[in-house]
Design a protein around this ligand. Structure first.
Ligand code: HEC
Ligand code: HEC
Ligand code: HEC
Ligand code: HEC
Length: 180
């Protein structure tokens, strides 16, 4: 009886240290790292789709007329520098600072980039892992589910107009070529 209890504790500790360790291994590297492969036509050029759409311009929007008007009314000096706005408008400001890879290229200017929806890419971005969905999931890639979107598409956004996941998904499509 005592032995089983002891084993259970050892197993729990091993499990805990593994999960804690695993979390720290995966860090945010920034869109420039993804671009090297994902700007290629043969992979579907997801980079260009993202660059032409709203998420890549999310930081710029914090300096728009609308933002500045809202800021003035609400005592915010500069929305593009205020954590109250940045927390959803730029990947760099949404993630834990400890998880920003010093060898990476994450910038505040890139706005809402790949890793906000796909998870920290320092490990899964290797060509070998990228080609194996299961290995991706074991190495930091997350499934971009509705819950992921709703971390930002929610009522804390002062300009929130509701969020229809299916409709929103149609607007951000950037599939791999063979799945078109
Ligand atoms: C070295 C080249 C390379 C880099 C760098 C790279 N990818 Fe990929 N990625 C690929 C390839 C190739 C595939 C397609 C694999 C296939 O055909 O199944 C892929 C697939 C994916 C998929 C689909 C994977 C799945 O199994 O669902 C996602 C999502 C993705 N990449 C995101 C990213 C993100 C985000 C980054 C940057 C953090 C990144 N990739 C960096 C080459 C790369
Ligand atoms: C890290 C925060 C964040 C996450 C996560 C996020 N978004 Fe967004 N999204 C934004 C911001 C901020 C904007 C506004 C960008 C702008 O116009 O400046 C936006 C804009 C959009 C738009 C354009 C609005 C329109 O109607 O044209 C669509 C569509 C969208 N998001 C879909 C999604 C989907 C689908 C997901 C999940 C798979 C998602 N977003 C995840 C922050 C996020
Ligand atoms: C909880 C996350 C969140 C916070 C906090 C947030 N935003 Fe946003 N913001 C979003 C999302 C998501 C969108 C895209 C909404 C859509 O179009 O569906 C958006 C859109 C916008 C837009 C574009 C509006 C439009 O429809 O054209 C502006 C401007 C904006 N936000 C400014 C701000 C400012 C200024 C602040 C700080 C006072 C702020 N946001 C705080 C998530 C957020
Ligand atoms: C707003 C969230 C969001 C952002 C930002 C985003 N993606 Fe995605 N990505 C998704 C969603 C959601 C899907 C799955 C779409 C579906 O299932 O219909 C997807 C699918 C993919 C796929 C195809 C997977 C497949 O099986 O076909 C690749 C590759 C990919 N993303 C790479 C990237 C890269 C590279 C970037 C940055 C340049 C990026 N994504 C930015 C949400 C996002």
């Amino acid at each position: 009886m005592r032995k089983t209890g002891f084993m259970a504790i050892i197993m729990l500790l091993t499990f805990l240290s593994m999960t804690l360790f695993a979390q720290d291994k995966f860090m945010y590297v920034g869109v420039k790292k993804c671009k090297t492969c994902h700007k290629m036509k043969k992979y579907g050029n997801q980079y260009e789709v993202w660059q032409k759409a709203a998420h890549s311009k999310a930081l710029e929007s914090l300096s728009s007329k609308e933002s500045l008007e809202y800021a003035k009314k609400n005592g915010i000096a500069d929305p593009a520098k205020d954590p109250k706005c940045l927390k959803c408008h730029s990947t760099m400001a949404t993630v834990d600072k400890k998880l920003i890879d010093p060898k990476g290229k994450l910038t505040i200017e890139e706005g809402v980039s790949c890793e906000s929806c796909h998870g920290p890419g320092s490990v899964y971005k290797s060509n070998k892992i990228m080609k194996d969905h299961k290995a991706c999931l074991e190495n930091g890639l997350i499934e971009p589910t509705e819950a992921v979107c709703k971390e930002c598409h929610n009522k804390d956004n002062p300009f929130h107009k509701g969020f229809d996941f299916k409709e929103a998904l149609k607007k951000v499509q950037h599939p791999l070529p063979e799945k078109k």
